[in-house]
Design a protein around this ligand. Sequence first.
Ligand SMILES: Cc1cc2nc3c(=O)[nH]c(=O)nc-3n(C[C@H](O)[C@H](O)[C@H](O)COP(=O)(O)OP(=O)(O)OC[C@H]3O[C@@H](n4cnc5c(N)ncnc54)[C@H](O)[C@@H]3O)c2cc1C
Length: 251
Amino acid sequence: YKFQCRRMDRFIHGRVIFAGDAAHQVSPFGARGANSGLEDAENLSWKLDRVLRRVSPPSLLESYHTERSAAADENIRESTRSTDFMAPNSDQEARLRKAVLSLARETEFGKRMVNAGRLSVPSVYETPLSTVDGDAWAGGPRPGTSMPDAPLLARSGDCMYLTEAFIRRGTGFMLLEFGNGAATETLEGLGVIRIGSEDDFRDAEGLAGARYDAAPGTGYLLRPDGYVAARFRHPTRTAVDAALARASGLN
Ligand SMILES: Cc1cc2nc3c(=O)[nH]c(=O)nc-3n(C[C@H](O)[C@H](O)[C@H](O)COP(=O)(O)OP(=O)(O)OC[C@H]3O[C@@H](n4cnc5c(N)ncnc54)[C@H](O)[C@@H]3O)c2cc1C
């Protein structure tokens, strides 16, 4: 048995779409195999749903290949490094491993170099579905990034995580708004999660605001797979509609 780190050149072949181990294989170090298979499914399912309902063109599916093949490359890169450390292929790799293990007994930096698998985190997508930032941001998830989580306080007084609220609101695009006390435009066909003192959720610990670099009025457009499609300091209907069209593969 030998570890394999490789992928198909293309994940889409006509009407056949490959996902999980059928599309890419990594070594077990770093827990990237099943994790990335699930992320493939998450990425593909909403696109397939929109194409089958004819609300997006079939070309939207191409972004599945673009986004997930780049994620596979990242996983293969990281996994190969771990594999080479765990099972050296050459004298040089074996010498490096021996040196690192001996340094790890005595030094902190040596410990950090022991590569028994870097745990996987969601990839950041460079994708045509994202709208480039037009406003100034000091932090927060840029378009193409998976939404960070944060604890919230629901109006009922219950604690709820943001991702839980996101999942409960359905499977469509969602606008995550940080309230400014002012009434905001209702955007048809778009779910909304509002965080603010007057709204459905309060950011009692201040973590959501900090993680999203939020100011009053800030809005994030989230894709059905929980990735950021666009973000605005003050979302307008025109700007959100344009970002929504782009993220749906309509332009
Ligand atoms: C030792 C080891 C440890 C691992 N540890 C981790 C870990 O900690 N974390 C992690 O994320 N991943 C881990 N993985 C990887 C993970 O197990 C795989 O990436 C994952 O199971 C792939 O899922 P899949 O659904 O794509 O493919 P599979 O799990 O291979 O599923 C494919 C299924 O299709 C079936 N099938 C095949 N041909 C046909 C056919 N013609 N008709 C009908 N059915 C068919 C097969 O029987 C199988 O049930 C590990 C793998 C190994 C080997």
